[in-house]
Design a protein around this ligand. Structure first.
Ligand code: LLP
Length: 491
C-alpha cells in the first residue's frame, strides 16, 4: 500500500491530467466570463453565490451566464463577419439549437443578430414561441416527417436543408401540392471527418447523413448522389435551390478540416453552376467548433478559425474564377458550452484501492502497488450529463461552496443512478477534505447536457437558471415528481 503520493500525480490518473497547483483556481477557458471565487472562497456567477443558487433553486442545477452567452454569440458573428467582409459581405451565423434551446435562448440569439438552426418540429415550436422570423430559421434532419416539412413551409423557414434524394422528392411534392416553392439547401458529405486535432479525408461515406459526393455512389448516368440531387432540385418547379451545406464533425480545434471541406464544396458548387447553368448563392460550412472541457483543451479563438476558413474560401474562389457564395455557419457548442456549469451537492464518499504496476522510478519496479481512488457521489449523473457515458467525454470539477487548503486527491465524480458507468467526471483532483454537503461545480455543461437529459431511474430533470445583472431566473424549470407521474396513465 502506498498513500504517500498526496500532492504528487497518481499513477491511476490519465497522462494529460496534471495535479493542479491550486485546487481553488479556475481555469478561465473553461468557465463563463463572470464566474469567480470570492475571497471568502465561494464560487459566484455575476455576484450570486452558489449557496444562494442552491438555496433558491436546489441541486442539481444548470447555471448559465446570459452575458457570457451573448458575448460568445456576438463574438462568432463579429469574427466571421470581419474575416469574410471582403469575400461575401459577412456570414450568417445559425446557432445550432440542438446543443441547448429554450425560448429565452432563442430570443438572445435573435437579439444578438444570429439566426437559428433547428432539427425537429419541437425545435421549430420553440422558435415560433420566441417569435423568430421564419426567414432566419433553418430546418435540418435526416428523417423529417411530412408534418415537419409542412410546418417549415407554414413558418416560411428560410432554408430546409435536404438530407437525401428521397426527402428532396417529398419536399418538392408537398410544396407543389400547396402551390408553393420550398427554399432548399442540399446537405453533402464531402468525405472530411474531423474530431478535435485530427481530420480524416475519405472518398466514401458510410453514414446516415447527407448526399455523398463520391463518384461511385452513382445512378445509371454515373452521377454522385450529390449531383443527382442538384440536377433533380433544379428540375423541380417547387424547389428553389439556395445552395450547399456540410457539417464535418464536433469538438474540432484545428481549422484544416473546415478549410478542406470548404475547398471541396466550392469546387463542386462551381462545377454544378457551370454544368446546369444555375447560380447557387449560399454555402453553409456547418458547426463543430471545439471548447475547453479540461485544462488541456486549447480551442482557437473564433477569429483565428474564421480567418483560416476565409483564406481558403478566398483562394479557392480566385482559383475557380467565381464570386464567393454567401457563407453561413452553424456553431452550437462553441456558443453555449462554456456559458454553463452544473451545480451538484456531494453525498456519499468512498475510497477504493486500486492495484497498479509501480512507476518505473519507484524502487522494485516488478511490484504492484496500491493507490487510492476516491468516489465522490453527486445528486445527479448520467441523466443530466450523458456525454461521459456516450462519448467517453472528459470533464472537470471544483468544490464550489468553499475554498480548501487540503491536499489534492485523485477523485471520480459519479452520479446516483443504478449503473456503474454513471460517471460525471472520470478523473479530477479534488481536495482531500471534500465532504457530504459540499457543492461541486462542473463547467462546460451548456451544450448537449440538458439537451440529452433523461428521466432514468425516475430522476427529475434539472432546471436551467440564467444569471444576468446580479439576478438569477429560471429559464427552464426543473421537473417535479408530479411531472414525472403526469404521463403515467395509471391502471
Ligand atoms: N450543424 C449540424 C448539421 C449538426 O449536425 C450539428 C451537430 C451542428 C451544426 C452543431 O455542432 P456543434 O457546433 O454544436 O458541435 N451530442 C454530441 C454532438 C452531436 C452533434 C450533432 N450535430 C456531443 O455531445 O458531443
Amino acid at each position: 500500500m502506498n498513500d504517500s503520493h498526496k500532492g504528487a500525480a497518481s499513477p491511476l490518473a490519465p497522462e494529460w491530467l496534471a495535479v493542479p497547483e491550486d485546487l481553488n483556481a479556475l481555469t478561465p477557458s473553461m468557465w463563463a466570463e463572470d464566474v469567480f471565487r470570492t475571497s471568502a472562497g465561494q464560487l459566484t456567477i455575476d455576484g450570486i453565490s452558489v449557496a444562494e443558487l442552491k438555496e433558491q433553486f436546489g441541486t442539481p442545477l444548470f447555471v448559465m451566464s446570459e452575458a457570457d452567452f451573448r458575448t460568445r454569440a456576438r463574438g462568432f458573428k463579429d469574427a466571421f463577419d470581419d474575416a469574410f467582409a471582403d469575400i461575401c459581405g459577412g456570414v450568417d451565423v445559425y446557432y445550432a439549437g440542438k446543443s441547448f434551446l429554450c425560448t429565452a435562448v432563442a430570443t438572445w440569439v435573435a437579439e444578438e443578430g444570429l439566426r437559428l438552426d433547428t432539427c425537429s418540429g419541437g425545435e421549430l415550436a420553440v422558435a415560433a414561441r420566441a417569435g423568430i422570423a421564419g426567414a432566419h430559421l433553418g430546418l435540418h434532419g435526416n428523417n423529417k416527417s411530412d408534418a415537419e416539412i409542412r410546418r417549415a413551409l407554414d413558418m416560411q423557414v428560410g432554408r430546409i436543408v435536404v438530407d437525401s434524394l428521397d426527402e428532396l422528392d417529398r419536399v418538392a411534392k408537398i410544396a407543389s401540392g400547396r402551390g408553393e416553392t420550398a427554399k432548399v439547401m442540399l446537405r453533402l458529405t464531402p468525405g472530411v471527418h474531423a474530431h478535435t486535432h485530427e481530420f480524416i479525408a475519405t472518398a466514401h461515406e458510410d453514414q446516415k447523413f447527407g448526399l455523398s459526393m463520391a463518384g461511385d455512389t452513382t445512378d445509371e448516368a454515373g452521377l454522385s448522389a450529390a449531383e443527382e440531387a442538384v440536377a433533380a432540385a433544379t428540375a423541380y418547379h417547387s424547389i428553389e435551390l439556395l445552395g450547399l451545406h456540410c457539417h464535418i464533425g464536433s469538438q474540432i480545434f484545428e481549422p484544416d478540416g473546415f478549410a478542406l471541406a470548404a475547398e471541396k464544396l466550392l469546387t463542386f458548387l462551381d462545377a454544378m453552376q457551370r454544368k446546369y447553368s444555375i447560380v447557387l448563392p449560399e454555402l453553409d460550412l456547418g458547426g463543430g467548433y471545439g471548447i475547453a472541457y479540461t485544462p488541456v483543451d486549447t480551442p482557437r479563438p473564433p477569429a483565428e478559425i474564421a480567418q483560416a476558413m476565409a483564406a481558403v474560401v478566398r483562394s479557392t474562389c480566385a482559383k475557380l474564377g467565381i464570386d464567393s457564395p454567401r457563407i453561413s455557419i452553424e456553431p452550437g457548442r462553441a456558443i453555449v458550452g462554456s456559458t454553463t456549469f452544473t451545480l451538484y451537492e456531494v453525498g456519499t464518499l468512498k475510497t477504493v484501492r486500486v492495484d497498479t504496476p509501480a512507476p518505473a522510478d519507484a524502487g522494485d519496479a516488478d511490484d504492484n502497488v496500491t493507490y487510492p481512488r476516491r468516489y465522490v457521489s453527486v445528486d445527479g449523473g448520467m441523466s443530466d450529463n450523458a456525454r461521459p457515458v456516450l462519448y467517453d467525454a472528459d470533464y472537470s470539477a471544483v468544490v464550489a461552496s468553499r475554498a480548501s487548503a487540503a491536499a489534492p486527491q485523485l477523485s471520480r465524480v459519479v452520479g446516483k443512478h443504478c449503473e456503474s458507468g454513471d460517471i460525471v467526471v472520470r478523473d479530477v483532483y479534488l481536495p482531500e477534505d471534500v465532504a457530504a454537503g459540499d457543492l461541486l461545480a462542473v463547467p462546460g455543461t451548456g451544450a448537449y447536457c440538458w439537451a440529452l437529459s433523461s428521466n432514468y431511474n425516475y430522476l427529475a430533470r434539472p432546471g436551467v437558471v440564467a444569471v444576468r445583472d446580479g439576478s438569477a431566473r429560471l429559464i427552464v424549470r426543473g421537473e417535479t415528481e408530479e411531472d414525472l407521474l403526469n404521463r403515467d396513465m395509471g391502471v
